[in-house]
Ligand binder design. Structure first.
Ligand code: NDP
Length: 248
């Protein structure tokens, strides 16, 4: 299926993990993809893999999404390179876990600046272009932790809950221009981010997942592509949990 032929998608954190899968899935369905991540090597490798499968589909951009000015410049570059942007996926995210007693100010700031301010920065950079684009979509990757909280992740939970509030506000502000804005809240998905969990913790988590397994990056990519599709035009301001039933 070529649901996204003629469209351009910007995917932050597209260097690996969930963002890498989202970027590849868009290219597989005909989109051009701007792969944005922190390090040159990561987004470069991801874009190379996409171009090997779908020649000319991807371009890599190394940037820190927390840097407001740099993201505004990046917006201009991407719009000049592709001519249009129809879809923005805010997926770049980090964790700096620790109980509040031990959490440093820097751990709080890094997580909020990347996960929440990063989305503000990109929306500011692309909103004018999106407002003029065909089937414009913003999709923010939140987390079930933003819905239910988690001991040891106060910074991460606050960033993701904030991202959900941001999503609904953007949906309301941009609805007049037919830009939809939704969030996907993944449960536990197998990536580098969850790869470091000790076996005991994994076992405990699995007890709370009705479908009895961690999710795969493809599970998130297919939800994102649905929300980005023409078929999802009447859905906005929603949070779609893709979590094996964890939060039902
Ligand atoms: P990974 O750690 O595997 O990948 C994170 C990606 O984000 C990388 O490409 C990384 O860049 C990029 N990134 C991180 N910080 C910045 C920054 N400041 N500027 C630009 N890019 C940045 O994460 P996942 O794939 O597991 O997670 C992706 C998203 O999904 C995150 O928002 C995460 O919070 C969310 N999520 C993940 C879950 C899971 O179980 N894995 C569950 C719920 C939500 P680089 O490669 O250059 O380092």
């Amino acid at each position: 299926m070529q649901r996204f032929a003629g469209k351009t998608a910007v995917v932050t954190g597209g260097g690996r993990g969930i963002g890498g899968a989202i970027a590849m899935a868009f290219a597989a369905e005909g989109a051009k993809v701007a792969v944005v991540s922190r390090s040159e090597s990561s987004c470069g490798k991801s874009a190379e893999e996409i171009n090997a499968a779908y020649p000319g589909a991807a371009k890599a951009y190394a940037i820190d999404v927390a840097d407001h000015e740099a993201v505004q410049e990046l917006g201009k570059t991407i719009i000049a390179d592709f001519g249009n942007v129809n879809i923005l996926v805010n997926n770049a995210g980090v964790t700096r876990d620790g109980l509040l007693m031990r959490m440093k100010e820097e751990d709080w700031d890094t997580v909020l600046d990347t996960n929440l301010k990063g989305a503000f920065n990109t929306v500011k950079a692309f909103m004018r272009t999106l407002m003029k684009a065909e089937d414009p979509r913003i999709i923010n990757i939140a987390s079930v932790i933003g819905l239910i909280g988690n001991a040891g992740q106060a910074n991460y939970a606050a960033s993701k809950a904030g991202l959900i509030g941001f999503t609904k506000s953007v949906a309301k502000e941009l609805s007049g221009r037919a830009v939809t804005c939704n969030a996907v809240a993944p449960g536990f998905i197998t990536t580098d981010m969850t790869g470091e969990l000790p076996e005991k913790v994994r076992e405990e988590i699995l007890k709370n997942i009705p479908l009895s397994s961690f999710g795969e990056v493809a599970d998130i990519a297919s939800a994102v592509l649905f929300l980005a599709s023409k078929e999802a035009r009447y859905i906005t301001g929603q949070v779609l949990a893709v979590d094996g039933g964890m939060t039902m």
